[in-house]
Design a protein around this ligand. Sequence first.
Ligand code: SF4
Length: 360
Amino acid sequence: MSLAEEKLRTLTSGSRYDVCSPGECMQYLTAAPCIAYSPRAGGCGKMLKVLMHGSCSYDCAYCAVRTARSRFSFTPAELAETFLSLYREGMAGGLFISSGIPRDVDLAMHDIVETGEILRRRGYEGYLHLKVLPGAERSDIRDAARVANRISINIEVPSGERLTSVSGVKDYRNDILKRQAWVADALPGGHTTQLVVGAADETDAEILRCVREQYRTVRPARIYYSAFRSLAGTLLEDHPDTPAWRARRWYQADFLLREYGLSPGEIGSVMDEEGFFRNADPKVLLAAGRPPVDVNTASWNDLLRVPGIGPAAAAKILNRRAKRRIADYRDLKAAGVRGRAAEPYVTFGGGGSVQTRLFV
Ligand code: SF4
């Protein structure tokens, strides 16, 4: 393997813990350098996810970049050229750049931004996602927003207290939240963030408070959730892994908050007494605790709370019942409800309820 190939392999491998799209990046954790990428998340085809610098002087207890202490770094010109070659060969369709902070955060952030600027100057018009590093200058954040389709800063944990338990260098309020507000200001609706679920022994109730604040204040387009994995050589190498289902429950809960308009209180009501999700779909747990919904009279909001009914099916139900009564499950299917997930949670008026069951 040539030195250039070894560098690319090392620096793409180091970036694999940044999640861009639920499930998919985790699925490809061992794949390098190109990663299948979801167009839903704003990308295109194959994404090259890569680190600018492979080492970091910070001390985040869960981080593989810090432990790897890689000797490899790209210069902005090198990374731009490497990506453009892969792009021209059809091996990469988009670029995501993150970085360790070997010395000074401003130097690393300048390198990231300069790479983006070179690519744009050289005529690259495709997808570009630039990571904003903790403590970055506001002017660099603005420059990143100017050249990128998407920018992001990882909050990683839900509070300052929790960050203190895993990092002695980063300051949650100043290095993360303040920068995230600048990110939101520079690219409203075009930024995302990531939480590493379970890294700091936080409860899901704590994450819920954080997520509620995120969507109320800085309004990221997406929050990505990755289940904590202990990595050899890190300070948390003996810490238990977070089960993958817990991150999945977070994607489901987040969707209910963002797309279905459920309240944080409703989401919190399905957690156990210690403030953790059970391993069951939150929407199913909520529905199991409520009386069945009469599909002929239910409001939009009540329809959306039925498992198996999303906004498209709810709209079709309203449309259909405006013309004629929905008499049974066959009618409901004809109205656009797929599968049988809704069946235990609906009635058709006149006492046609079905026994409640719990699906997970
Ligand atoms: S700042 Fe922390 S999480 Fe980021 S690369 Fe450095 S050690 Fe890792």
